[in-house]
Design a protein around this ligand. Structure first.
Ligand code: NAP
Length: 309
């Protein structure tokens, strides 16, 4: 590596096109040299039909960015790490907790970086919310993450299949912010999952959690919301109330807007990835995935009406 990371991306779907390609373009220290896609081609880079072919055709490639659905992430990440490449994982970093733990162990053994990205943690107001909460005693947290699945995930059958996470695909973004801003560990206590009769994954979920010192934390995730979309985390403390809205991009404290900024999550993630590779470090916090796994483990499954997406 001559200082610039030569990267190959796998899975040229919605998030790769909307966010990864433009973010790589504007980040110093990393260049996209290749793409592996079964169905599509990217301009200005070498294109391959599979990760195998990309690894064989690009011996000088330093890093692999995985943007496929979580069900196929583990095998691809394993192959890339064993080939000696640094790996950037889209969220969620795997379909199970043990998959991601195995990848971290393998990356350490191979001396490469693994980055489990959580884009919502880089929303504009998250760092300020974390700093505000660090000085206070949290007494209650209430999360509402309600969006229209037909709008955000059209033609994505994988999201409804086993390992596709269903409403936890967006819900894990809320949990990634929660685990970032909470000054104490979070424990899953109970969950209720609404699963449509024709799907394998939940369309809605309600979660009961608690902080280590006993503050109640509730979350409602729902994919059936049309009209205004809601991505809110409300925090009560002994010393004021905070509302993190717009998916972490707006911060209101005691009714006064403190931060309001457009989203710029992916360029920030690429800056972090470049630094991790420079340091040969591991950046893989699995707490959001662990909470989702726990919700599936303790969750009451409530069948609900079939849903046509
Ligand atoms: P998508 O549009 O369905 O794209 C996923 C791509 O992965 C497909 O286009 C396909 O690319 C490739 N792929 C490889 N194996 C596949 C398989 N077995 N089934 C389906 N596709 C397969 O999905 P996406 O919205 O980009 O989401 C991909 C990942 O990014 C998910 O983990 C999601 O949580 C995360 N993410 C999505 C968003 C968003 O707004 N959509 C936001 C943040 C994170 P090829 O045809 O090129 O092989």
């Amino acid at each position: 590596m001559n200082g610039i990371i030569k990267a190959g991306l796998v899975g040229l779907g919605k998030i790769a096109r909307d966010q990864h390609l433009p973010a790589i373009e504007q980040t110093g220290g990393i260049d996209l040299v290749a793409v592996a896609s079964r169905n599509a081609q990217a301009d200005g880079v070498n294109n391959y039909p599979t990760l195998d072919a990309m690894l064989a055709g690009e011996p000088d490639m330093d890093a692999v960015i995985l943007c496929q659905p979580p069900q196929v992430r583990y095998e691809a990440a394993r192959e890339a790490i064993l080939a000696g490449k640094h790996v950037f994982l889209e969220k969620p970093p795997g379909a199970t907790v043990t998959q991601v733990e195995a990848l971290i162990t393998l990356a350490r053994a191979q001396g490469v970086t693994i980055y489990a990205s959580w884009h919502s943690r880089h929303a504009a107001a998250v760092a300020d919310a974390k700093a505000w909460m660090a000085k206070r005693k949290v007494t209650r947290v209430s999360i509402e993450w309600r969006e229209d699945v037909r709008h955000w995930h059209p033609s994505q059958p994988w999201i409804w299949e086993a390992g596709g996470f269903g409403v936890f695909d967006p819900g894990i973004n809320a949990l990634s912010i929660l685990t970032e801003i909470m000054p104490e560990p979070v424990t899953m206590l109970a969950a209720s999952l609404e699963v449509p009769a024709n799907k394998q994954a939940p369309i809605a979920a309600s979660l009961k959690m608690a902080s280590a010192s006993g503050a109640p934390i509730e979350a409602a995730f729902d994919w059936r919301q049309t009209g205004k979309q809601t991505w809110d985390i409300a925090v009560e403390t002994q010393d004021g109330k905070l509302l993190l809205s717009e998916g972490g991009n707006q911060l209101t404290v005691d009714g006064e807007v403190m931060v309001q900024a457009p989203e710029g999550e992916y360029p920030e993630m690429y800056r972090q990835f470049v630094q991790l590779v420079k340091d040969r470090a591991i950046g893989a916090d699995i707490r959001p995935l662990q909470l989702v796994a726990d919700a599936f483990l303790c969750g009451k499954h409530c069948p609900t009406a079939a849903f046509e997406d």
